[in-house]
Design a protein around this ligand. Structure first.
Ligand code: MLT
Length: 397
């Protein structure tokens, strides 16, 4: 259990007539878990010691599943943004017995002094959660265009920018980021997903691409090889459209160049309604059976399920509208002959069939095409060694 994790038992007096943990009680439990995490770290008096008080400015809670008296809930708290006078904390509550996600919450706090005026966030408080923020994996937080983005950078050499798909996070590239020696591997969480901030509005392919351009700039990289998975590929195309000179090569993993059809757009709208009404859990349940080939390791399936379920509603809905409204990138394909391009597909991809990826590769002069046997839509996780080897052969070339 991490330091920022707190276990709390649900009591009968916190439940309604049906025996469900009451929605208002969740607020108290989230609050108790925050104070407990502080008590174990810098002390509950960390704010008063600095003459400030954290006032809640905004609360968003998604209730996913019912909890009952006697359930032990594990609360995880993570600081997703620290500004000068305000900070954002994202919390999740999972039932310890079955690890099911019960609720997710985001709280925006403003520190105020005794006169009620905004005052600086105590450094001590921010650093108390630093271990969680750093996650021991080289993760940094960089603010780009007002959104704090989590990004991991490892190694040195020519930069490769890994762009994950929907509704996932940078950890789908774990094996590649750990093993592609000789390259600087940069893997961000897109806004609205993973450990990055999830603003309510402002999602589009341009926003994602601008975020990535800002991140590269902040990390001192003029250009990079872009490696995009599925929605990450759509973003890579947008980046390429805007900054062709900053792209040294392209790796397109289980993605496509075409825009959504009219029917596809209607499907996105239905999914937005679904996530707004039933939360990320419903999207995860609908997507999970199609994501991986039969026989994918149970641990990987669990990891992907947890990743999807933990994505904030704003991030899921934002990504869906961004995908719905994206431009057709097919016109770019014939022009890509001027740079090295690799198209990778899981041989058993049920979302973007291998045949469609092959057709895309055929439309790009000189592109290399590789199919990963036994993998579905997520070869980087389902067949990590094989995928890393394919990427390394391409990058080394
Ligand atoms: C993804 O994997 O990023 C999405 O499923 C792509 C899509 O829905 O078009």
């Amino acid at each position: 259990m991490e330091a920022a994790d707190v276990d709390l038992t649900v009591y009968p007096d916190e439940c309604d007539a049906f025996g469900h943990l009451n929605q208002a009680s969740f607020l108290s439990l989230f609050e108790r878990a925050r104070w407990e995490a502080l008590a174990r770290g810098p002390g509950m008096d960390v704010f008063t010691r600095h003459g400030v008080w954290p006032a809640v400015r905004r609360t968003t809670i998604d209730y996913h599943l019912a909890a009952f008296p006697g359930d032990v809930l594990r609360f995880h708290q993570a600081l997703t943004r620290v500004g000068r006078t305000s900070f954002t904390m994202r919390q999740t509550a999972r039932r310890r017995a079955d690890d099911n996600l019960i609720a997710t919450a985001e709280f925006i706090f403003v520190c105020i002094n005794r006169e009620g005026r905004p005052a600086p966030v105590p450094d001590e408080m921010a650093s108390a959660f630093a271990r969680d923020r750093a996650e021991g994996d080289g993760m940094q937080r960089i603010t780009v265009r007002g959104a704090e983005l989590a990004v991991e950078s490892q190694g040195s050499g020519p930069a490769v920018l890994f762009i994950h798909g929907f509704p996932l996070d940078r950890t789908i590239w774990r094996h590649q980021v750990d093993h592609l020696d000789g390259f600087r591997r940069i893997a961000p969480d897109l806004r609205g997903m993973g450990r990055s901030a999830a603003p309510d509005l402002g999602y589009s392919m341009s926003t994602y691409a601008e975020d990535l351009a800002g991140l590269l700039e902040a990390l001192g990289e003029e250009s990079a090889v872009l490696c995009g998975h599925s929605m990450g590929g759509y973003i890579a195309f947008e980046f390429l459209r805007r900054w062709p000179d900053r792209v040294r090569g392209l790796i397109l993993v289980d993605t496509k160049a075409e825009a959504d059809t009219d029917e596809g757009r209607k499907g996105r709208d239905k999914q937005v309604a679904l996530v707004r009404e039933h939360g990320a859990l419903a999207i995860a349940a609908a997507m999970l059976p199609k994501l991986m080939a039969p026989g994918a390791p149970g641990g990987v399936v669990q990891q992907v399920k947890a990743m999807m379920e933990a994505t904030p509603v704003a991030g899921v809905a934002g990504a869906l509208t961004a995908m719905r409204d994206r431009s057709d990138s097919s016109v770019l394909l014939p022009e890509l002959g001027r740079m090295p391009v690799l198209v990778v597909t899981g041989a058993e991809d049920a979302i973007i069939p291998a045949g469609a990826s092959k057709a895309m590769a055929d439309a790009i002069p000189g592109a290399e095409f590789r199919s990963v046997p036994g993998a579905g839509h997520l070869p980087s996780l389902e067949r990590p060694e094989e995928t890393t080897r394919i990427l390394l052969e391409f990058l080394a070339g």
